[in-house]
Ligand binder design. Structure first.
Ligand SMILES: [Mn+2]
Length: 352
């Protein structure tokens, strides 16, 4: 990692600090104390510094992206039908992501015996798409511009919402990238065609995706309870190629069999609505729905899909920090995002 502010005095201080026991724990010391900056740079604890995603470099000029992952904030929440507040999602998730950014090269997972997201995976933060209040079309267009810039640079786009309507410009940006399959993890089907003229709200994105010629199918997981989508929407979804699975059904299949319902050769775009999770662990969202997933339900599904399929893009939406007094929802969002990125690039390295 870059250490632009490192002075001689700080180098000596850091050399001392690295022997502190807390640092040794944070390192996940495995006898391979390589690549991190402890001996030569700042300690740079999670609460220190400017909160880009994962404390990775900020790239203001979207024509100069050199990265494997490009993170874009999409702080738009005018598509909500109940509680607003997801416009503050990108800031909350970036802030929470610093918890997982201790500056050592990668995250060692003892269960998998793997170091995920080592220094070979270049992640950058593009900042936020510009949002124009009351103007959904222009705001979505600005989000689409950011995703197109990421794709043009060959980077995997990770878009942090914002409400679920921001998925619409994300999927639009794939119009010249070949066929994709959508894996939606969500409490709600989001398959409303049009109501009172609204076609680009947060109840519409999966319908808009299913209409695309290059979207070959949808797997909609976690769907339960009262939804913005009425029965006709479910009928339309199935007719248009959706596989709709509830939380209880997903648990019945288990993560591996669930992942196998997605065609093996599909290039998969993942859209994760934080309200897919149980409100007991993720209260910070506009339309919570009880009976949701717990952490490992989703983590293991994402790991299985990353091993089986090429992942081409990812958005994480509907974190609304005003309803998240402990910050657990934002931490969950950051943790699952970083782990999913780890799985994706671990699978790519294994297949290379
Ligand atoms: Mn949704």
């Amino acid at each position: 990692m870059a250490l632009p502010y490192c002075t001689g005095a700080r180098r000596r201080k850091a050399l001392f600090v690295v022997h502190d026991w807390t640092t040794a724990i944070f390192c996940g010391y495995s006898g391979l104390m390589s690549e991190h900056g402890y001996e030569s740079g700042r300690l740079n604890l999670p609460f220190v510094g400017i909160a880009t995603f994962g404390k990775r470099p900020y790239v203001e000029d979207w024509s100069q992206i050199e990265a494997d992952v490009a993170v874009l904030g999409a702080p738009f929440d005018a598509g909500t039908q109940y509680r607003s507040g997801a416009r503050f999602g990108p800031r909350a998730v970036r802030d929470a992501s610093t918890l997982f950014s201790f500056g050592h090269a990668g995250a060692y997972d003892h269960e998998d015996d793997r170091v995920y997201l080592g220094s070979d995976v270049r992640i950058v933060d593009l900042g936020d798409a510009d949002i124009v209040h009351t103007d959904t079309v222009q705001s979505h267009a600005n989000i689409e511009t950011g995703v197109r810039a990421a794709l043009k640079a060959g980077a995997l786009p990770l878009v942090i919402g914002g409400d679920h309507s921001v998925n619409i410009p994300c999927v639009n940006a794939f119009d010249h990238s070949g066929p994709i399959h959508i894996l939606q993890i969500d409490a709600h089907l989001d398959f409303v065609d049009e109501r009172h003229g609204v076609r680009f709200g947060h109840g519409n994105p999966m319908r808009r995706a299913a209409e695309k010629g290059y979207v070959t199918g949808l797997t909609q997981v976690g769907i339960r309870n009262v939804s913005s989508t009425a029965r006709e929407g479910y009928d339309d979804a199935r007719r248009m190629g959706s596989d709709i699975i509830s939380v209880r059904q997903a648990r019945g299949y288990g993560p591996q069999k669930l992942a196998e319902r997605i065609p093996a050769d599909a290039r998969v775009y993942v859209t994760l609505d934080i309200d897919a999770f149980c409100p007991s662990i993720a209260p910070g969202t506009g339309t919570p729905s009880h009976g949701g997933f717990l952490y490992y339900d989703v983590l293991e599904l994402l790991q299985a899909v990353a091993r089986r399929n090429e992942i081409v893009g990812f958005d994480l939406v509907e974190v609304a920090p005003d309803y998240d007094p402990t910050g657990s929802t934002a931490i969950l969002a950051a943790q699952i995002s970083l782990n999913f990125l780890g799985f994706i690039f671990d699978a790519r390295a294994a297949g290379a």
